[in-house]
Write a protein that binds this ligand. Structure first.
Ligand code: NAD
Length: 245
């Protein structure tokens, strides 16, 4: 399908996991994709894919974000994917953990949207897709205090941007995945000290009996990016194997 022919997309955290799968999917659908990440080596693995240009971008660096957006030209689709999963409850988490996670999971999205929005308004439209999670906006898994709080903030940010810019042709939605196979998921499983038991517990949370594939999230982002979803804004869409039924 070439639903995105003629559209230009910018993706953060496109080096691996869901961001990478989305860069590949949007390019397959005809978009010109600027795939950004802090990890140059990871980006190198998708550089050269038709339709994809790569650029190192640390979303925690306000100047770098400003420069990247100024240099990017027209952007029709922004997928804010960068985020970090912090493990811990309220008593085992520190204020530094909170600040780091909120900076990456929420403030960086504010920064990216603030930079991209004037161009979208001037061109009369755009689709912004934010990476939330079921954790926070829709439910609260154990030991994800800061993560859930920061992803709930993404939900509010998404609805607020959608509300304020609906008349200017801007759409802003969020995807809320359950557990999805990605490099950082495997690290989180190893960090528990019992990979197999942790994997089993993660799988058990999803009634479908499996974790999700990055490509399944990418498919929803592609839909939200495309004009086919033109009547949808301000929504938090769960893709979670039935976790939040
Ligand atoms: P991942 O965690 O394996 O990879 C994250 C990517 O983000 C890496 O390529 C990394 O280099 C990049 N990154 C980190 N800091 C950055 C920064 N400051 N600037 C730019 N890029 C940076 O990938 P994933 O698991 O697919 O997670 C991607 C997003 O999806 C995150 O926001 C995560 O919270 C969210 N999410 C993941 C799951 C899951 O189970 N994997 C579920 C729900 C939501």
């Amino acid at each position: 399908m070439q639903r995105l022919a003629g559209k230009r997309a910018l993706i953060t955290a496109a080096g691996q996991g869901i961001g990478r799968a989305t860069a590949l999917r949007l390019a397959e659908e005809g978009a010109e994709v600027l795939a950004t990440d802090i990890n140059e080596a990871a980006l190198a693995e998708i550089a050269g894919t038709p339709g994809i240009t790569t650029k190192v971008l640390n979303v925690l660096d306000p100047e770098a974000v400003k420069e990247a957006i100024a240099a990017a030209g027209r952007i029709d689709i922004l997928f804010n994917c960068a985020g970090v999963v912090h493990a811990g409850d309220i008593l085992t988490s520190t204020e530094d953990d909170w600040d780091f996670a909120f900076n990456l999971n929420a403030k960086a999205m504010y920064r990216m949207i603030r930079a991209v929005l004037p161009g979208m308004v001037a061109q009369g439209g755009g689709s912004i897709i934010n990476m939330a999670s079921v954790a926070g906006p829709l439910t609260a898994p154990p030991n994800r205090f800061i993560y859930s709080a920061s992803k709930a903030a993404v939900g509010g940010l998404t609805k607020s941007v959608a509300q304020d810019y609906v008349k200017q042709g801007i759409r802003c939605n969020a995807v809320c995945p359950g557990t999805v196979d990605s490099p950082s998921l495997h690290q989180r499983l190893r960090d528990t000290g019992n990979y197999e038991a942790a994997l089993e517990a993660f799988i058990a949370r999803q009634p479908m009996g499996r974790i999700g594939k990055p490509e399944e999230i990418a498919a929803m982002v592609a839909y939200l990016a495309a004009d086919e979803s033109a009547y949808t804004t301000g929504q938090l869409l769960a893709l979670d194997g039935g976790w939040t039924i």
